[in-house]
Design a protein around this ligand. Sequence first.
Ligand SMILES: Cc1cc2nc3c(=O)[nH]c(=O)nc-3n(C[C@H](O)[C@H](O)[C@H](O)COP(=O)(O)OP(=O)(O)OC[C@H]3O[C@@H](n4cnc5c(N)ncnc54)[C@H](O)[C@@H]3O)c2cc1C
Length: 311
Amino acid sequence: MNEMQILDTVIVGGGAAGLTAAQVLGRARRAVTVVDTGAPRNAPAEHMHGYLGHDGLNPAELLALGRREAQAYGVRVLAGAATAVRRDGDLVEVTVGGEVLRARTLLVATGLTDVLPDVPGVAERFGRDAIHCPFCHGYEVRDRPLAVLGGDNPAMSVHQALMIPQWSRDLIFFTNGLEIDGADRARIEARGTRIVDGAVAGLVVDGDALRAVRLADGTEIEREAVFVGPRLVPQDELLLQLGAVRGENGFVPVDPMGGVLPGVWAAGNVVNPMAQVIVAAGAGSTAAAAISAHLLERDIAADLDAAALAR
Ligand SMILES: Cc1cc2nc3c(=O)[nH]c(=O)nc-3n(C[C@H](O)[C@H](O)[C@H](O)COP(=O)(O)OP(=O)(O)OC[C@H]3O[C@@H](n4cnc5c(N)ncnc54)[C@H](O)[C@@H]3O)c2cc1C
C-alpha cells in the first residue's frame, strides 16, 4: 500500500466480527485493511459450535477461510497490533508497528479477555475440559460427572450451577469461597446440584484429561469437566483512546448499527460480552452496512462539491 493512501476503513481485529465486515466492505469495493494479532478468544477450543453450516469446525479454520475470502475482494490483512489511534480532521490514524494507517472510518473488533479463576490447572485446561459456555461445549460433556467452580464472576457461577443440570444431572458446585445467599442455595439444590463449600486447591489432570477437583484439604473429587466463570474484560483500549467511555456493564455502549463515535464503529465481543461467533459475525456485517452508508454520504457530498466547482 502507498504510505499516503487514505483507506476507506481500517478494521482492527480479524476475528469473526472484523473479517465479516471486511468481506462485506471488500465486496462493496472499498479500500480496507484488517489489522490482526491473530489471537481470537476461542483459540483454545478445537471445535466451534452454534454456527449455522459450520457446526464443529475448528475455529482457526473459520478465520483462515474468512481471511482468504476477504483477501479475494482486495482486502489487505496486516499481521500486527494496533497500539494507538488518533483523529486527524475527518480521518483516523492507526499505528501498527512502524506503519501509520490513515482511513476515513474505523471499525474496532478486538474482542475481550477471559480472566480465569486463579486456580492451578484452569488456564492450562481452558477450552478443553475447563469450559465456560454450555452452549459451546455442554453437549460434548452431556451426562458426564461435571463441576462448576466459583470464581470472580459470581453471577455467572450461580447461573451455571442452575443451568448445567440441563446437560448433566451429575453436577457439583464448588463455591471456592463465593458467598451464596440462601435463596440461590435453595434454587441450586432444588436442581439436584450438590454444593461443596471451601477453597479449591487445583484441578487434577491425568494424561491429557481432567480427572478430579482437589480441595484445599487434599480431598479429590472425580470430575470430567469443570465450568468456570471468567471475568470478561473488553480489549477496548483504542475506543478509550478516542474518548469512548465504558457503561455500567463495563463495556462501551454502541448504537444499533455498532456506532460508537463519529466515524467509529465497534462489533463483537469488544462491546458485547454475550456475542457468540455467529452474533459477532452479524454485528460485523451490520457495522459494515453502516460504514458503507456513511462513506456513501461523504462521497455524495464530495461529488456535489466537485459538481458545484465545475459549474
Ligand atoms: C474457549 C472458548 C470457546 C468458545 N467456543 C465457542 C463456540 O463453540 N461457539 C461460539 O459461537 N462461540 C464460542 N466462543 C465465543 C467466541 O470466542 C466469541 O464469540 C468470538 O471469538 C467473538 O468474535 P470477535 O470477532 O468479537 O472477537 P475475537 O474472535 O476474539 O477476535 C478479535 C481479534 O482481534 C485481535 N486483536 C485484539 N486486539 C488487537 C489489536 N490491538 N490490534 C490488532 N488485533 C487485535 C485478536 O488477536 C483477535 O484475532 C468461545 C469462547 C471461548 C473462550
